[in-house]
Design a protein around this ligand. Structure first.
Ligand code: F6R
Length: 240
C-alpha cells in the first residue's frame, strides 16, 4: 500500500489525474471504474483539460459506473449518472460508458449485465475510489458480505444523512446499487482518494486499524497495487 499525502485538494486532484492519465496512456482500451461523489471532481476537471489539450484520449477507454441511488436518474441533481456525465462522460462516446440506471427497477438484471460486461473486459483495469464517512467504498456499506459481483444494498444511516449534500433538497433514498468490493478489489490498479478534515477519523480507522468489513475501505489495505492519495487534512490523524 503506497500512501501519498498532498498539500491540499488542488494538489491531490492534479496528482490523482496524473496517475489516471498514466494508466490511460499505458493501457488504452481497458476498463476504468471511476467513483462519483465530490472528491474526484477536481481530478475529473484535470483529466478533461488533458483530454482537450490532446495529452490523453479519454475516448480510448471503456467505463463502468461504480454505483447509483435507486430511484434517481440522469435528470436528478446528485444522481451518480448526472454527476459523471456532467463531469467527464459527456466527452466520451456513449457506447463506451455503462452505468447503473436507478430508474430501472430490474436491479438484478442490471447487476448480472454489469458483471458480464466487467468479465468481458477481463475485469476492471483501473478503479478510482472515494471513501464515505462510514468507510464505505461505492455502496459497500458497513458489514457488506464478501461476495463477488454487483448487488443492491439498504443504505446505511450515515450514507442517507450525507446524501443531502448532493441533492440540494431532501430525497428519501433508501437503496443503492453497486459493484461489490470483492470485484473492485480484483482491479489491477486502485487509487483511493480522500480530502478534508471530516474524513480524517475514518481514514485513520481504515488505514491504521484492522481489516474489517465494517469499514470496507480497510479491506483494500493489502491490495497489491493500490495508491492511497490523501490531502494533509484527511491524513492528519494517521500514524506516520
Ligand atoms: C460514489 C461512491 C461513494 C463516494 C463516497 C465519498 O460513486 O462510490 O462511495 O466515493 O461516499 O463521497 P464524497 O467524495 O462525496 O465524499
Amino acid at each position: 500500500m503506497v500512501v501519498k499525502i498532498l498539500k491540499d485538494y488542488n494538489e491531490l486532484s492534479k496528482k490523482a489525474a496524473e496517475k489516471a492519465a498514466g494508466y490511460i496512456k499505458a493501457f488504452p482500451d481497458t476498463l476504468v471504474c471511476f467513483a462519483a461523489g465530490n472528491t474526484p471532481l477536481g481530478m475529473f476537471r484535470e483529466l478533461v483539460k488533458m483530454h482537450e489539450q490532446g495529452e490523453i484520449d479519454l475516448a480510448s477507454m471503456w467505463y463502468v459506473g461504480l454505483d447509483e441511488w435507486m430511484g434517481l436518474g440522469i435528470d436528478d441533481e446528485g444522481s451518480c449518472v448526472k454527476v459523471m456525465y456532467d463531469a467527464i462522460y459527456r466527452h466520451i462516446p456513449k457506447e463506451r460508458v455503462c452505468m447503473f440506471d436507478g430508474l430501472n427497477e430490474d436491479a438484478d438484471k442490471q447487476c448480472r449485465e454489469m458483471e458480464i460486461l466487467i468479465a468481458s473486459h477481463g475485469g476492471i483495469g483501473f478503479a478510482l475510489l472515494g471513501v464515505g464517512m462510514n468507510g464505505h467504498i461505492g455502496f459497500n456499506e458497513p458489514g457488506t458480505p464478501d461476495i463477488e459481483g454487483c448487488f443492491t444494498v439498504a443504505l446505511d444511516d450515515v450514507t442517507k444523512s450525507v446524501s443531502k449534500k448532493y441533492f440540494g433538497k431532501e430525497r428519501p433514498v433508501t437503496t443503492g446499487i453497486t459493484i461489490g468490493w470483492r470485484t473492485l478489489y480484483k482491479a489491477h490498479n486502485v487509487v483511493l482518494m480522500s480530502s478534508g478534515k471530516e474524513k480524517a477519523p475514518i481514514i485513520k480507522a481504515a488505514l491504521d486499524g484492522p481489516r474489517t468489513p465494517d469499514i470496507t475501505a480497510s479491506l483494500f489495505q493489502n491490495h497489491n497495487n493500490i495508491t492511497i492519495m490523501l490531502d494533509e487534512d484527511s491524513a492528519s490523524l494517521l500514524q506516520r
